[in-house]
Design a protein around this ligand. Structure first.
Ligand code: TPP
Ligand code: SF4
Ligand code: MG
Length: 318
């Protein structure tokens, strides 16, 4: 594929009009997978954990979008939420803490025919994996990243996370956290994500709509999904849950999702904030920008075993 890179003088960012060459995901002659065919182990989450809803909706989307086992790749880091790929009967990886995105980027770049979905927690995404979050967004790698944000480290039993509010008491902040939490939406927009949305596991139809829109996006699509840890931070999101007396306020319909500054400002709305798509734009993906290099390298390594490819690379570096 030829590449047309034009420097935008107003932003100094390289922009080009390429889109990722994507092989068809759907095979109309095959029946969609049912939940039974796509679920693996019984989830080991605590009863009532918000993560169950996200998994159930992922199964629903796989069926609705007629994805088949060999087309789905589910990747995660480490954490309760990151156990996600264990429960999906398809290809995937439960990778190193905070390193799900670089692994998934490799899959996305080398296999444009796959739907790559990454799941994980707020600690995995914004603490140990914070640097990868920034750079995967900046590079606009074509994949979907759903962060199941419970504002706590669940797996390691109650430490402060980057989204824990000031005053949150945990094993690492026994007097209550003093640190200003990050705002994942503002962080994603400023890093360069091209699809940025916010939802909550207590509103399944909304999660479904956000996940479907993200999976259709050609670029790095990010969703912050509030997902309650009933064990270590119960009631964290009551303010956003109408049946608990909270409010679920959607982003106003007139919001221009292509307006980066307006989106950033909307993300600053007081707790519990707004829900929906904050920002969406079209910018060439890393996949599209590097397709010719990838094709060339894949051609050169055709028929080689993985160890032979590695050896070739090491020999080249000598
Ligand atoms: C390199 C490394 N450091 C620390 C840990 C310990 N650890 C495992 S999960 C986790 C935090 C998980 O929190 P989060 O990503 O929010 O997921 P949750 O369990 O809340 O879903 C930590 C610190 C680890 N497994 N590996
Ligand atoms: S500890 Fe919290 S996040 Fe982990 S499974 Fe239990 S409820 Fe879910
Ligand atoms: Mg967490």
């Amino acid at each position: 594929m030829s590449e047309v890179a034009i420097l935008n003088p107003t932003t100094s960012r390289g922009v080009n009009t390429n889109t990722t060459p994507v092989a068809p995901l759907l095979d109309a002659d095959r029946k969609p997978l049912t939940k039974k065919e796509v679920s693996a182990d019984h989830p080991t989450w605590c009863p009532g954990c918000g993560d169950f809803a996200v998994l159930a909706l992922y199964f629903k989307l796989i069926e609705r979008r007629k994805l088949h086992h060999e087309k789905i790749t589910t990747v995660a880091g480490i954490g309760c939420s990151s156990r996600f790929p264990y429960f999906v009967q398809a290809h995937g990886a439960h990778y190193i803490h905070g390193r799900a995105l670089p692994f998934a980027s490799g899959v996305s770049l080398s296999r444009p025919d796959l739907q790559v979905c990454v799941f994980g927690g707020d600690g995995d995404a914004f603490s140990i994996g914070g640097n990868h979050f920034t750079h995967t967004a900046r590079k606009n790698v074509r994949l979907t990243y759903v962060v199941m944000d419970n504002s706590v480290y669940g797996l390691t039993k109650n430490q402060t996370s980057p989204t824990s509010p000031i005053g949150f008491k945990s094993k690492t902040d026994i007097w209550g956290s003093k640190d200003r939490p990050i705002n994942p939406i503002k962080q994603a927009i400023s890093a360069g994500a091209t699809f940025v949305a916010r939802t909550t596991a207590t509103n399944p139809n909304h999660v479904l709509a956000m996940m479907e829109a993200a999976m259709e996006h050609d670029g790095f699509s990010f969703i912050q999904c509030l997902s309650e840890c009933v064990e270590f931070y119960p009631g964290a999101f009551d303010a956003a849950t109408p049946r608990k007396g909270g409010v679920f306020n959607e982003i106003p319909k007139e919001h221009d999702v292509t307006d980066e500054y307006a989106s950033y400002k909307l993300a600053d709305t007081d707790w519990p904030g707004l829900f929906g798509v904050f920002y969406k734009t079209q910018r060439a993906t890393k996949n599209a920008n590097e397709q010719s290099i990838i094709d060339d390298l894949q051609g050169k390594s055709a028929g080689l075993e993985p160890w032979q490819i590695l050896k070739k690379n090491f020999d080249r570096m000598k």
